[in-house]
Design a protein around this ligand. Structure first.
Ligand code: CO
Ligand code: CO
Ligand code: CO
Length: 328
């Protein structure tokens, strides 16, 4: 069963309409939004997964950064978090769990998020993540549904973490590649989120399991627009391209391609291997931001000033059949 099938089961629930729910389960958005007052809405999200790196502290950092990202993608400010833990306490030393939690806590502290609780179960496989609660102004949150024709698209982190993680599992990844991957996956999307609001961003989402194409398509569908992505402008980890050429492509990239490729038109001159990267499932990926063309370069420059050197304008929003992407 693929990710979309699971999604369909969840969305088929007979959920009652509630006017306070500003963003709910029926759209493919990053987090739910619930209006509390005229000034304040709650932003809520949850995310957890199995380790993708060996070092438990690093894994904790990645999982927390990833979980916080959905609040940032909607322009919210995360305030509190709860740990979600599955751990084989009888077969693995508890020091591993302590390190995972310590890594998660470090990121919560960096994000100025208070850890307020959590829940743990015994399980054969380690899983860790967070349930995060934040706030946003009920009129000023971002979804993936408001991209406009003429907008440009900014991506704030390089693509290829899934492929590097696959190479790491196969013990074929270089130290340098793993270092770059970890650095990217543990970088909070907080500053990108704060900055985009100052540049009149229309729509935003974060790039995670469905890959660049999958998440861009969700935006294209929800916004009823078409997108052009300039393949040579997409920031990628150069090592990921090398590993992809060696066949180190995660299964998720193939299922993403199966699900999404019918909505994508690819210029035949583009190397197939690059398209594999665009379907690569990301963990704790960057933000994809749709904003007015006169602001896109300014946002990229502001991000670069803060050390986000790989932020780039990767494409634009055009008129045309909605929910489609052209890769040129
Ligand atoms: Co998301
Ligand atoms: Co999520
Ligand atoms: Co409990």
């Amino acid at each position: 069963m693929g990710p979309e099938d699971l999604d369909q089961i969840l969305k088929a629930l007979p959920i009652q309409k509630d006017p306070r729910v500003l963003v709910g389960i029926e759209t493919s958005d990053d987090a739910g939004i619930y209006q509390l007052t005229e000034e304040v809405a709650l932003v809520q999200t949850v995310d957890f997964f199995t380790p993708i790196v060996d070092d438990p502290y690093t894994f904790g950092q990645i999982a927390a950064t990833n979980a916080l990202s959905d609040v940032y993608a909607m322009g919210g400010t995360p305030l509190t978090a709860m740990n979600l833990v599955a751990f084989p306490i009888h077969s693995l030393p508890s020091t591993i769990l302590k390190e995972i939690l310590r890594g998660g806590l470090a990121k919560m502290e960096e994000a100025q998020v208070a850890l307020v609780g959590g829940h743990s179960i015994e399980d054969k496989e380690i899983k860790y993540g967070l349930a995060v609660t934040g706030i946003v102004h009920p009129h000023r949150y971002l979804t993936n549904a408001k991209a406009r024709v003429g907008d440009q698209l900014v991506l704030t982190k390089p693509i290829g973490t899934g492929i590097i993680a696959t190479a790491l599992k196969a013990e074929m990844a270089s130290k340098e590649a793993v270092h770059k991957m970890v650095e990217s996956m543990t970088t909070l999307n907080r500053r990108a989120s704060e900055l985009m609001k100052g540049y009149d961003a229309h729509a935003c989402t974060d790039i995670t399991g469905f890959g660049l194409i999958g998440h861009a398509l969700e935006m294209a569908k929800a916004s009823e627009i078409q997108m052009v992505i300039h393949s040579e402008k997409v920031p990628i980890f150069s090592e990921a391209l090398d590993y992809a050429k060696q066949g180190l492509i995660p299964g998720g990239a193939y299922s993403n391609r199966r699900y999404f490729s019918c909505h994508v038109e690819v210029d035949s001159r583009i190397p197939e291997i690059l398209i594999d990267l665009f379907y690569d499932p990301q963990t704790s990926g960057g933000l994809l931001i749709s904003l007015p063309p006169e602001n896109a370069q300014k946002l990229v420059e502001a991000l670069r000033m803060e050390g986000s050197f790989q932020s780039s304008i990767i494409g634009e929003v055009i008129e045309g059949p909605p929910g489609r992407i052209q890769i040129v």
